[in-house]
Design a protein around this ligand. Structure first.
Ligand code: PMP
Length: 422
């Protein structure tokens, strides 16, 4: 949260940095972009960093003995150091550039999982995970014969921490949890779960896809073993993500993908892997996206993550307050005072896709569907929900536009229903 001395974000001023937010759609509707949990928009500084990279610095990294390649390599490695600082990691060797959170989690499941998980072992997940933090573990369980267990959610949409007492045991090899639910907005007590899992010798992976863009991340405070997130959800380019791993674990893990750059030596008989972090970056890495991510981190930290979190809290609180006054809307998620900037809801008698497409017609972009969290939706007894999600450039007026759009849908539905009855 913002400290008492911090000034609140001036979202109108911030918006001027984002060219796409000026877009007019459907003839005369100003775009109201409330789909930030799916992906965020980019400020000019990030767009310019990408343009600069292609115009001034671009060559392949770690290969050429020429000026441009050295420049490109230096910038790429500087970006790694920037990510290290952003996360509070001990060394740049702990930062692996991947293509996104999904790729990062799959890397751990394949490389760490295949070596360390065996039949009879247990993997502990939560009922609020995104498919990206479910399916790689189901695939690992299929390969190894391990069993998956689930930390349930409570009626207040929190994790049931009391269940850890019987779910954790010496059989638990890995606990994989999301820091923030992409559906419920719930902020999970990562450090506490890590502590309890470590007491049983389990390794913990944190899916930070929905937390890293919105609140400061300190891997030391979490004491997590692996942390995964994506650049595109924090104003960076798509196609780049991060895997943070504890150095001792990464050192012991075999490379996941083979190819150029990840080797020290290759002979007809075999290969010797390179040192960290190259060992896990086979092939040409996301060079330009990594430089864009660096610019996004610079932008984010210049604004201040605590101010971003405080701004989103204001929007979330306001959205809850206004939306709870709409009879036909049911809000789904944890208490707005303690959750992140995600507001998920359903409208009585209106399919989530109809809600989203009617809102789109008035310029409001939100998400509809299962949000890649089918097991959570099943638990909630729902097939699909709607989700509005905020970021630093959203305004109270945009929440008003969402609420006005929902009120219109309510009216439309009431009229439509009335007509059908006659
Ligand atoms: N985890 C969570 C919680 C997410 O919200 C998402 C993206 N919706 C992912 C993982 C996957 O991220 P990506 O598609 O960028 O790999």
């Amino acid at each position: 949260m913002a400290t008492a001395t911090e000034t609140p974000i001036d979202a109108e001023k911030i918006r001027r940095d984002f060219p796409i937010l000026e877009t007019i759609i459907h003839g005369d509707k100003r775009l109201v972009y409330l789909d930030n949990a799916a992906t965020t928009q980019r400020p000019q500084a990030v767009i310019q960093a990408v343009v600069d990279a292609y115009e001034k610095h671009y060559a392949n990294v770690h290969r050429g003995i020429h000026w441009l390649s050295e420049q490109s390599t230096n910038l790429y490695e500087e970006a790694r150091v920037r990510v290290q600082q952003f996360l509070g990691a001990s060394s740049p060797h702990e930062i692996i550039f991947t293509t996104g959170a999904t790729a990062s989690i799959n890397l751990v499941a394949r490389s760490w999982g295949d070596v360390n998980v065996k039949a009879g072992d247990e993997i502990l997940l939560t009922e609020m995970e995104h498919h990206s933090n479910i399916v790689p573990w189901q695939q690992l369980a299929e390969r190894t014969g391990a069993t998956i267990k689930w930390i349930p959610i409570t009626e207040t949409m929190q994790l049931d921490l009391a269940s850890l007492e019987h779910l954790l045991s010496s059989r638990t090899k890995l606990v994989a949890i999301t820091a923030v639910s992409n559906v419920l907005g719930t902020i999970n007590p990562v450090a506490e779960i890590v502590k309890r899992a470590h007491a049983y010798g389990a390794i913990v992976l944190v899916d930070a896809a929905q937390s890293a863009p919105h609140e400061a991340t300190d891997v030391q405070q979490w004491n997590a073993d692996f942390v995964a997130f994506s650049g595109h959800k924090m104003m960076g380019p798509s196609g780049v993500g991060i895997l943070y791993g504890r150095e001792s674990l990464l050192e012991a893990m075999p490379p996941f993908m083979g190819g150029g750059s990840m080797i020290r030596r290759v002979t007809l008989e075999g290969f010797e892997p390179a040192d960290l972090p190259d060992k896990f970056e086979a092939g040409t890495p996301p060079i330009v996206p990594a430089l864009g991510l660096r610019a996004a981190i610079d932008y984010l930290e210049q604004v201040g993550l605590s101010r971003v979190a405080a701004h989103e809290r204001v929007l979330t609180r306001y959205a809850h307050q206004r939306m709870s006054q709409l009879d036909s809307v049911t809000l789904i998620g944890s208490d707005p005072e303690i959750k992140s900037g995600i507001v998920t809801f359903v409208m009585n008698d209106v399919h989530a896709h109809d809600v989203a497409s009617r809102l789109d017609s008035v310029g409001v972009a939100i998400r509809a569907g299962h949000h890649c969290a089918m097991p959570l939706h099943k638990k909630l007894g729902l097939v699909a929900t709607n989700r509005a999600s905020f970021y630093l450039y959203n305004t109270l007026e945009e929440v008003d536009a969402l609420v006005a759009g929902l009120a219109q849908i309510h009216e439309w539905r009431a009229t439509h229903r009335g007509r059908r009855r006659t």
